[in-house]
Design a protein around this ligand. Sequence first.
Ligand code: ZN
Ligand code: ZN
Length: 365
Amino acid sequence: MKALVYHGPGERAWEDVSDAVIEEPTDVVVRIDSSTICGTDLHILKGDVPEVRPGTILGHEAVGTVVEKGAGVSTLEVGDRVLVSCITSCGRCRFCKERRYGLCTGGGGWIFGHLINGLQAEYARVPFADTSVYKIPDELSDEQVLFLADILPTAYEVGVLGGRVEPGDTVAIVGAGPIGLAAVLTARLYSPAHIVAIDLDGSRLARAHDFGADVTVDNGNGSAIETVAALTGGLGADVAIEAVGVPETFELCTELIRPGGRVANVGVHGHPATLHLETLWIRDVTITTGLVDTFTTPQLMKLIAEGRLDPTPFATHRFPLGETMSAYDTFADAAATHALKVVLEAEPTAHGPVPADEELVGAGC
Ligand SMILES: [Zn+2]
Ligand SMILES: [Zn+2]
């Protein structure tokens, strides 16, 4: 089979690898029907995630079809269409019993394309299948559910639920990349009074408006604090969601927040950020952090099935799976290509129709 293999910082190749096989009775092997690339994969390629060993297949987001199952798998059958999530759950450890699957100590957590071979491949071995994959209703296309593998639950759980967004709140979202936009989309589920998207890139801010932000701020001139203050009688945002992962944007969130407000950090940080306790301590500000647990995935899938949530606008580019190398180039150059998520598609199956009225961009089209 073929897969996208990491060969150390800056080195990747689409190449022949050993077939994915059942190793434990709780495994399944899936044929990958659709996969996608994450900002985290780019971090790995920069060498920022040293625990990823050269030789590892990348990718942690996919929709696939079960082609083989271990003797211990009881809830899945060959032929089932499943969402394979960025988070795996052993189902038995203390944290899995608390639905905090991201912290799994029984061999799960974020393992695909990290500690074990990932999902940017023709086939993949999926451990703890009974407790980790989600069956997909027939009426939903691959593309409708693919982004449930990471960005939707990440933004919803770590941002919107972490920040305890409530009806009528003013929510400031710093960063309008895929995660920030997913926070815009899922914050709307709570009917906030205002969603303020803050970024430095005009095209991303235009997207944020399309996704449901009613106010957008290009903070190139530092006007975010003033804009949020004007919307809130001078108090500041009820909730600030950090969706970039650099010190400046975290510190901006702590300046945007009202007394008693909540800062939810979603961004993945590579450097220390300053925590200004000298000004925050007296303002009763709550700060939350976290890795996604994906406990909301079934809830989000139901909202998609009922037409209450539509993540398909994240798919800006599509490539055949065999052109994953080009897809990486497009995704990595998002400033020029305006890519949000690139969809890697295996040979067409009976599922996953692409809406006919959408503009298709990319090498596959
Ligand atoms: Zn990811
Ligand atoms: Zn566990």
